[in-house]
Design a protein around this ligand. Sequence first.
Ligand code: PEP
Length: 240
Amino acid sequence: MRRKLAAGNWKMNGLRADLAELENLPQDQGVDVLICLPTTLIPAARDLPLAIGGQDCHAATHGAHTGDISAPMLVDAGATYVLTGHSERRSDHGETDADVAAKSKAAHETGLITIICIGETLAIRAAGTTLDIIDGQLAKSVPDCATAENTLIAYEPVWAIGTGKVPSTDQIAEVHAHIHARLAERFSDGADFGILYGGSVKSSNAAEIFAVPHVTGALVGGASLKAADFAPIVTALAAS
Ligand code: PEP
């Protein structure tokens, strides 16, 4: 079983001077710490004592895809993880579940650990079809080559990302138990996949979220930019 993971996502934020924030994060607490950086910052961060990830990769290894980054390029830069299917990639770039599966497969073939992001919109939550949408995303975004070693799932309700709104712990528990059960049905090691929660995680709510069954860590956006905000989340995960 994979260790618990506190993962940060800097999105399109950060210049080289901001990497100093990563020098002040707690180490050796028995949990893995990852920051998914803008690609420009990965080479400068590769020797820091934490894992470094990209935020997206192309499904092809190389070719005529101006502005894109391939999985081998991320590895070459120093990444060991990559996010795929983040809701901002799905909404800003029209990425489909099939695109996410193809990117994740390419990442696996290059040796990257993939964090595949799924989650419902507020309209889906209001319609009461969240678990149906989660089923579809799991079936179509997670490739057959996924294993507990090369894949984590991040459950990120779209309406909770960057909004300060957080589902109740009962709502998180329901979805995480569902994801855990679906993975266990499909993959021989499915019960061992890490399942992160993401969406407005902060130091003030981290402990209660980490106490929810089948939550094995967090994917954190805004609160990962400053060590003062992210360090208590890492510490809360280590204490959970
Ligand atoms: C995210 O970027 O995946 C995220 C969860 O952002 P935030 O923590 O800011 O809601």
